[in-house]
Design a protein around this ligand. Structure first.
Ligand code: AMP
Length: 430
């Protein structure tokens, strides 16, 4: 299939060509025809599949005809970064259409946004909370909206946006096209989908499976050696764009500082930063000026930096879905990438859950030459483990990665304090 099969207008096609897209991705092949017909859509697809263009192109095509200067398409997204990214996708793909997209989210002055909403624009990409504020103040009149997109609906649900979304839905015209995209479909979301979609076409790609183009590996290590091991992995990766995930904002800040102290250009991206600093972090990472970005899940949601070569989970995520989302930051748009996860004895339960979901074991690796017996640096403030409720202690038998040595046998800081590091200890019979 090619883009010319969709019968886009010359202006929309020029936008596609401008982005250098040679052929539609699988989600685009499935979603664009029913979306062009005005059908409601349920898209099960994660970021990295090309889902933004899958809804943006039919919207640009639809809005190319009809009135201008009034908001006709509304996209709701969970985070500012994602909202900004979607807006810029609309701007790039729609640059020859004369249609205008603006973004609306918290953490920045509402004044300029109010001005934008009252001005001439046809597409609004918004985070639900701030949009509701604007609706309350009469800055946004929803009655001309013809198309609604709920993007990363599972994340909006996780972040507690459901009540705000319901309030927004209540103000939208009932006769409209609605498209809902989500990487996963928990039961609660099915309820929302049932409420807001009419006779939807369901399209689905790579249903919550971590991308096949990504090589996964686990690096067992004790908590106090996570940072030295991370620095070693960064050194060995020798790559330009490495995204590191931590469990908390505080850890993101501290780890980024340690990476910086080791001489890399690094910064953190987490919810305590002002919007300006979040934007500077993203811009620096995107432009290649910043090599290592240390982020929390929410701040990194939807990040689209095509050249990310490595995702390193400094802390294992809480759910297999979060693992999929993090890993989806690399290996994007048919490129390949590496996904490393540092794991301690506490992480065994979550590893099992992730492996079960992936349908296979993830390779355990050790790093040759790395001192797995090193004691904590004297005077170093210990980084407290980011507990996640795992039972801890027992492990799969690890296997050394080709060419890499076994870790040193005695590990005084092992959770079990035994003569063998925890990941080499016999598994408790179940
Ligand atoms: P998304 O899943 O929408 O975040 O898109 C992931 C990446 O794929 C973005 O960098 C898009 O620009 C890119 N992309 C989207 N559609 C295509 C396509 N048809 N061909 C190549 N790249 C694409």
């Amino acid at each position: 299939m090619s883009f010319s099969d969709f019968d886009f207008s010359p202006a929309v096609m020029a936008g596609v060509r401008g982005q250098g897209y040679a052929a539609p991705t699988p989600i685009q092949t499935q979603a664009i025809p029913p979306a062009l017909e005005g059908r409601d859509l349920m898209g099960l697809a994660q970021t990295g599949t090309g889902k933004t263009a899958a809804f943006a192109l039919p919207i640009l095509q639809r809005l190319s005809a009809g009135p201008r200067g009034t908001v006709r398409a509304l996209v709701l997204a969970p985070t500012r970064e994602l909202a900004e990214q979607i807006r810029s996708n609309f701007a790039a793909l729609g640059q020859h259409t004369g249609l205008r997209a603006i973004s609306v989210y918290g953490g920045v002055s509402a004044h300029a946004q109010a001005h934008g909403l009252r001005g001439r624009c046809e597409i609004v990409v918004a985070c639900p909370g701030r949009l509701l504020d604007h609706m309350g103040q009469g800055n946004f009149d929803a009655k001309s909206v013809e198309v609604l997109v709920l993007d990363e609906a599972d994340q909006m649900f996780d972040m507690g946006f459901l009540p705000s979304i319901r309030k927004i839905l209540a103000k939208l015209p009932p006769r409209r096209q609605t498209m809902l995209f989500s990487a996963t479909m928990p039961a609660e979301l099915k309820g929302l989908a049932h409420e807001c979609l009419k006779d939807p076409v369901t399209v689905s790609v790579a249903h919550a499976e971590p991308l096949a183009s990504v090589a996964h590996a686990l690096y067992p290590v004790v908590e106090h050696l996570k940072t030295p091991l991370l620095l070693e992995l960064i050194r060995r990766a020798g790559s330009e764009s490495i995204l590191v995930f931590t469990k908390t904002k505080h850890r993101a800040k501290r780890v980024a500082q340690k990476v910086k102290d080791a001489g890399w250009s690094a910064t953190d991206l987490q919810g305590n930063l002002s919007q300006n600093r979040r934007k500077a972090a993203m811009d620096g990472f995107r432009s290649g000026k910043i090599h290592v970005l240390v982020a929390t899940d929410i701040a990194a949601r939807g990040i689209d930096v095509s050249q990310i070569t490595h995702v390193i989970n400094y802390d294992i995520p809480d759910t297999p879905e979060a693992y999929t989302h993090r890993i989806g930051r690399t290996g994007r748009a048919a490129k390949s990438g590496d996904a490393y996860t540092l794991v301690t004895g506490q992480d065994e339960d979550m590893i099992r859950v992730i492996e079960r979901k992936m349908g296979r074991a993830i390779e355990r690796r050790t790093v040759e030459g790395f001192d797995y017996r090193a004691a904590p640096a004297p005077g170093a403030a210990p980084m407290r483990p980011a507990g996640h409720g795992g039972r801890g202690g027992h492990s799969h038998g690890g296997q050394s990665h080709g060419g890499q040595s076994r870790p040193a046998p005695a590990d005084p800081a092992s959770p079990r304090g035994g003569a063998r590091p925890y990941w080499r200890q016999r598994r408790r019979p179940r």
